[in-house]
Write a protein that binds this ligand. Structure first.
Ligand code: NAP
Ligand code: ZN
Ligand code: ZN
Length: 351
């Protein structure tokens, strides 16, 4: 066992603070990673505050992890000590169910083991995430990041990147598509970059007028204030696909009305309380769909990372020392993040 330093929340109302715990030594198939950077996802905040009513404390969040390999198990073939390695939202799954066989481990019928707040089959208790200096993960769930990319700016690809890349690919977004991205936060800014990179006509829907110039720089062809009904009406019935990244409940009818016949509104934002029920007539008259999507499988995450290395795509990040994590959460709740906080793990106290 190795002693690890991290930051944890001990209850829904308590701030994150220093927390020491133990990780397993690497087994034959394990990769041990010294964490350099970890992105801050809104899911971390939902979990820390028990907004999904499934948190088991202490919670050590963090699932956008990049670092250097410190040790490998005897059977590891794909990683070497000193190399770059990354971990996203999952650290294991059953590997035999049809979903796992299809490379869709996130939909494992037995439940994927998430990087934090999931049962830890090795040590008992729950898994602890990337707000820590070290992690040990089975090679099959460790990703490769090109050294061409800035590692801090690549970290949020591991969740914000794949969560937007996967549905845009699944619904075949390309140069003939008109695509909407709702919400310009961590996920939304990567949605803009990918939709633009895939050649789509890309429109941002935002509640923040101050984000217009950034949205255009990030890949938006147009920017719409989603709380202005006149601006919304101008786009009625014109979208092939809309990706909704908003972390709070809101009116879905305003968005489904913008879809063409057979268009899809895909929800990736995961608010703690439900959206108001959508109008059925708004769907049946144009055979529109409301769908959902969860992160992406391991193979697709690697494909996304390779695509990013090829195209030079990374995230727009604001670096913070871990001591600022509680303030960062408050700023995230005010939609005041450009566009992802990343923790520099060198700041972690190691008493
Ligand atoms: P984030 O950085 O906080 O971004 C969310 C954005 O939504 C905000 O920047 C804001 O953009 C917009 N917004 C916030 N409150 C709003 C409101 N009341 N009405 C309309 N728009 C609002 O969060 P994130 O890290 O991107 O995560 C977004 C959501 O996705 C979270 O619920 C998270 O848990 C979930 N998530 C899901 C998956 C998955 O696999 N499905 C993976 C990761 C995260 P504007 O200022 O532009 O309006
Ligand atoms: Zn996430
Ligand atoms: Zn499975």
């Amino acid at each position: 066992m190795t002693k690890v330093h991290g930051y944890a929340a001990h209850g829904a109302a308590s701030p994150l603070g220093p927390f020491a715990f133990e990780r397993r030594d690497p087994g034959p198939r394990d990769v041990e990673i010294d964490i350099q950077f970890c992105g801050v996802c809104h899911s971390d905040l939902h979990t820390v505050r028990n907004e999904w009513a499934n948190s088991v404390y202490p919670v050590v969040p963090g699932h956008e992890i990049v670092g250097r390999v410190s040790r490998i198990g005897s059977a590891v073939t794909g990683f070497k000590a000193g190399g770059i390695a990354a971990v996203g939202c999952m650290v294991d799954s059953c590997r035999t169910c049809p979903e796992c066989e299809a490379g869709l481990e996130q939909y494992c019928q037995h439940g994927a083991i998430l990087t934090y707040n999931s049962p830890d089959k090795h040590l008992g208790g729950m898994t602890f995430g990337g707000y820590s200096n070290r992690v040990v993960v089975d090679e099959a769930f460790v990703l490769r990041v090109s050294d061409k990319l800035n590692l801090a700016a690549a970290a949020p690809l591991l969740c914000a990147g794949i969560t937007t890349y996967s549905p845009l690919r699944h619904w075949g977004v390309g140069k003939d598509s008109k695509v909407g991205i709702v919400g310009l936060g961590g996920l939304g800014h990567m949605g803009l970059k990918f939709a633009h990179a895939f050649g789509a006509h890309t429109v941002l829907f935002t509640t923040s007028p101050g984000k217009t110039a950034d949205a255009r720089r990030l890949g938006a062809d147009a920017v719409v204030m989603s709380r202005n009904p006149d601006e919304m009406k101008r786009h009625a019935g014109s979208f092939d696909f809309i990706l909704d990244t908003v972390a709070a409940p809101h009116d879905l009818d305003a968005l489904t009305s913008l879809l063409k016949r057979d268009g899809t509104l895909c929800l990736v934002g995961a608010p703690a309380t439900p959206h108001p029920s959508p109008m059925v007539f708004n769907l049946i008259f144009k055979r529109r769909r409301i769908a959902g999507s969860l992160i992406g499988g391991i193979a697709e995450t690697q494909e996304m990372l390779d695509f990013c290395a090829d195209r030079g795509i990374t995230c727009d990040v604001e670096m913070i020392p871990i001591q600022q994590i509680n303030t960062a959460y408050e700023r995230m709740l005010r939609s005041d993040v450009k566009y992802r906080f990343v923790i520099d793990m060198a700041s972690l106290p190691r008493a």
